[in-house]
Design a protein around this ligand. Structure first.
Ligand code: SAM
Length: 244
């Protein structure tokens, strides 16, 4: 049996392997930007193995979802719209907007939309969001956050568009260490995985309270956040401030 040389580091070796694969991909002419990559993936998205896995995750997530009557929800990085379809089937009074930056993903979502006009699909990036303040009761984000290069800005934008007391459901693979951030150089621009504590820190800075972490399937962690009500300063403190 051959033992790895002293100083062998599995994580570094994996990182360099992935970097090499990325270079090979570029040489083979694979897209070097995420939007193009998802456009390419879209027509087959629902028929490939990952989608079976993602839909199992959606199904498990719904066990933890609580919505008010007539909810208005947003799904960021909605892909082909499968999660919204499931939500609209379960909640006949739900209105939903799916947002994605891939035109091809949206084409698939619109073609499969069985809940018109309750569900609509619009093109845009996760940040900045082109929606008015406080218009959604819940925001969903499944298996998309790992692709964002500006995670804090996305948290801030979700906070802005949620009504006070609204809920944010985030599902993504997580890291083994709760305080870890893992940058993996696969796909154009890489992906970033965040530990549970890092999610909590980012959310607190944006004005959320973390309600729960729940593993759904393998390393895919659901975290539920609520938008805390704006702090009302005591009357006397306000008076002093105006006097100063
Ligand atoms: C792996 S798919 C997940 C799709 C869907 N949420 C699901 O659970 O099946 C990731 C999706 O996020 C979208 N996406 C990635 N980065 C984005 C960004 N910055 N803004 C908007 N959409 C983005 C991609 O186009 C893709 O449709």
């Amino acid at each position: 049996m051959v033992w790895p040389k002293r100083g062998f580091n599995a994580s570094n070796s994996l990182q360099s392997l992935l970097t090499e694969l990325k270079i090979i991909g570029q040489l083979m002419g694979l897209p070097n930007n995420k939007q193009q990559l998802f456009d390419l993936w879209a027509p087959l998205y629902d028929f490939l193995f990952p989608s079976v896995f993602y839909q199992a995750i959606h199904k498990r997530m719904l066990e933890y979802v609580q919505l008010p009557l007539c909810p208005n929800v947003l799904d960021i990085g909605c892909g082909t719209g499968r999660l919204l379809d499931r939500l609209a089937t379960e909640h006949s009074d739900l209105q939903g907007t799916g947002l994605d930056f891939s035109a091809e993903m949206l084409r698939q979502a619109r073609r499969a939309n069985r809940h018109r006009p309750r569900l609509i699909f619009v093109q845009g990036r996760a940040a900045p969001l082109r929606f008015a303040d406080e218009q959604f009761d819940a925001v969903f984000n499944t298996l998309s956050f790992l692709h964002y290069s500006e995670p804090e800005q996305v948290f801030a934008e979700i906070h802005r568009v949620l009504r006070p007391g609204g809920t944010f459901y985030l599902v993504d693979p997580t890291t083994v260490r709760p305080t870890g951030i893992w940058h993996v150089p696969v796909s154009p621009e890489g992906i970033r995985l965040y530990g549970a504590k890092v999610r909590e820190q980012m959310s607190t800075q944006a004005g959320f309270r973390c309600l729960k972490h729940q593993y759904l399937l393998g390393p895919n962690l659901l975290t539920i956040f609520t938008k805390i009500l704006p702090k009302v300063e005591p009357f006397e403190k306000n008076v002093n401030r105006y006097e100063a």
